[in-house]
Each structure stands twice: as C-alpha cells, then as structure tokens.
Design a protein around this ligand. Structure first.
Ligand SMILES: *Cc1c(COP(=O)(O)O)cnc(C)c1O
Length: 376
C-alpha cells in the first residue's frame, strides 16, 4: 500500500556525517554517536548498524529499553545508557551488557554492592553536574574521588558532564562548567584514578571548536543527522559545516480543488482566501508530527516551489496553497522536509516557523509516518 506520509532516511548521509565528525576531532578522540529517541526518529537499529559498520566503537542511548533493542538487533559494540535506569531495569541492563551512567555517589555505592554480590566487576561512567542542574552528582571533587576509590567492584570507565548553554557565546556558563569539570578530574587524578574516557561535548561544543571539552570522547547526536544549531553571540566558525540532513519527509495530496475568493479554510476559518485559489489537502497533520503551530504560517514544497500552509494544521490533514503549482494532482507527493526543485526546508527552518527547536521537530515525526531507507 502506498504511504500517505513517509520519511526517507539516507544511511549514506548518516555515514558521511559520522566521518565528518571523526575527521574534525581526530584520531585521539573516540566518537560516540548518540542514537537515543530512535536515532532522532531516523531509526536506531539501521543507524546503529550503519555506524558500527563505519567503525564506531561506542553508541549512546537514553534508556535500557533503547539499548536492549540494539542488542536484540545484533549490535555488539559498547552501548552507554545515559539517562539513568530504574530499579526494575537493573537486571536487563546487566543482562544486555549495557554500560550505565551513574548520577550520584549513592547509586555508585549501590552499584558497587551489586557488583560484589555478582562477583564480577561492573563498568560505569560517572556524570557530574557541573551546572546543568539536571542529572549528575554535585558533591565536592574530593568526595567524588574518595567514593570512586572506595568502590572496589564497580569500575569507573568514564567521567562525563553535560553543558546547558553550549551554543550561547554571550554567557560564561560553559566555561564555568568546564572549569568545574577540570577540578573534579584533577582530584580524581590526584587520587590515582584515570578515567579511560573523559567526555563533555555534544554537537555544539564540537562544531564551534571548544577543544578543551573534547576530552578523549565526544557525544554527537544532531550532527550525525546533519544539523548544527546556530550559536548566540560571537561563535567561532562551524567546523561541522559539511554535515547534511539525512531525512526527507513527504506526504501525498489527497485532493486538489479551486475555491472562490472569501472562502474560509479549515478549523476556525483561520484563513480566508483573498482571491480565487487552488488548494491542496495533504495527508499529514499534527498526529504525524507536523507542528500545530505551523497553522497559517508554515510552508511545504509543492511542485518544487514553496507553498504556504493555509489555516489550521489539523490532526490528519493540512491544507496548502497550490496557486503556484497548479499542475499537481491528488496522489502527488509534497515535501515537508527536504529539497525539491530549487526549494528546501530543513528541520531548523520548520522549527523556527513553529517556535520550537529542530530536535523537537525530528523527534516529533509521528509513529504512523512510514520510514524507508535509501542509499542516496
Ligand atoms: C542528547 C545528548 C547528547 C547529544 O546532543 P546533540 O546536541 O544532539 O549532539 C550528548 N550528550 C547527552 C548527555 C545527551 O543527552
């Protein structure tokens, strides 16, 4: 059955973007692609396999469940489960050989006792909260070092933190976080602990060349999918300018019709045609992830030309202006994200029009939107 709305994911682009990141950070830094949230909707299994085949040595996900899916698909390289685990997920975490991120010294103690009971060491990465104010241990550096040393069965493999404002070059927060991290790392080293992996940087800190944050590992997500968010203030040049979006999103026209001047369009009559118009009814709405906030302000690409969204985006349908693309018929495909003819819309542009962020646009593409993989 032909799809009403679908995404096309280029695995070649994913591989190229990964190679771009690797070339920028160099051989001494391990690139751990972040494929949480189903690889930002690109499909974690296919993306994970592609990256492993490209030589990725690590993958990062959020949850135990996400890691388990990758293991079930036969992906055997180390996987870091970044966003904590619930007590009920602990057995699965260990059975699947996922590497946990530990976020408090209390949890570290519990992991150590568990490893002692099992009679086998458990490796972990420790996340410290250097100012993000979310997950992560906030204790003083000396206390952290003492707890890491005291754990005899849980083995620290990585020390990490996460930046809150990496793209904001008008704020000092990232430098402050880096400073706090360096203090903790120095205390660990003074205690004789050398974490094999030291990591802080996601896409933004890689792209704008914040080298001191690269440590021995980086965690790019967005860049793997072809995006680097714009910075605020005076940022250095984007080192990842070569990455390209890997995802194209399309939907079919269900109907095409001509309406006279003065016709209200859609819920609330939010739009009223100022002149006789040709309109198209698209088989995609907010249930497919097209942001409702694009009502009366977003655009799609129809027949290679930008076509405004008319009136409210509804659950399953969206009406567009086909005045410039009068040749289109029901069944023809329209591009929501991607390029066609001379026109292009990426997730960043869609997000700006919708008052959201590109991450949310990508992750928000609905479950019923079919996904196909291309080599192109
Ligand atoms: C999602 C995430 C990343 C990746 O961030 P991008 O901006 O997509 O590169 C890195 N680190 C952590 C802890 C994350 O949660």
């Amino acid at each position: 059955m032909p799809a009403r709305s679908w995404i096309e994911v280029s695995l070649r682009r994913i591989a190229e973007n990964f190679r771009t990141v690797r070339a920028v950070v160099g051989d001494t830094v391990t690139v751990m692609p972040v494929i949480k949230a189903d690889a930002y909707r690109h499909g974690a299994v296919a993306v994970g396999r592609t990256l492993a085949a490209e030589g990725a040595q690590w993958l990062a996900v959020s949850s135990v469940e996400e890691g388990s899916r990758l293991r079930e698909a036969g992906i055997a390289i180390p996987i870091l489960a970044m966003a904590d685990f619930l007590p009920a997920e602990r057995d699965e975490l260990l059975a699947r050989d996922l590497t946990p991120v530990i976020h408090s010294l209390g949890d570290l103690g519990a992991l150590d006792r568990l490893a002692a009971e099992r009679g086998a060491p458990i490796r972990y990465h420790l996340k410290i909260d250097t100012g993000m104010g979310r997950l992560g241990e906030r204790a003083a550096a000396r206390e952290i070092a003492a707890a890491v040393l005291a754990a005899r069965h849980a083995r620290m493999e990585g020390l990490m933190t996460h930046f809150a404002s990496a793209a904001d070059y008008t704020a000092a927060q990232t430098d402050e976080q880096l400073g706090a991290f360096e203090v903790a790392l120095a205390a660990l080293r003074a205690a004789g602990v050398e974490p094999r992996y030291v990591h802080m940087a996601g896409t933004i800190a890689i792209a704008y060349g914040r080298r001191p944050s690269w440590g021995s590992m980086v965690r790019p997500g967005h860049a793997i999918y072809g995006y680097v968010s714009p910075a605020r203030g005076e940022a250095p040049a984007n080192l990842l300018a070569a990455v390209r979006p890997a995802l194209t999103w399309k939907a079919r026209l269900l109907a095409v019709k001509d309406v006279p001047a003065g016709s209200p369009i859609g819920y609330g009559g939010m739009f009223r045609s100022p002149r006789p118009m040709r309109i198209g009814i698209l088989a995609a709405g907010y249930a497919d992830g097209l942001p409702h906030r694009l009502s009366n302000r977003g655009k799609v690409i129809a027949g290679g030309k930008l076509a405004p969204i008319l009136g409210a985006v509804s659950m399953d349908l969206t009406t567009i202006d086909l005045s410039q693309s009068a040749q289109l018929h029901p069944g023809d495909a329209v591009t929501l994200l991607g390029s066609e003819g001379g026109a292009a819309i990426d997730a960043q542009q869609m997000a700006r029009a919708a008052g959201t962020i590109s991450y949310s646009v990508l992750c928000g593409i609905g479950a019923r939107v079919e996904r196909i993989y291309t080599d192109g």
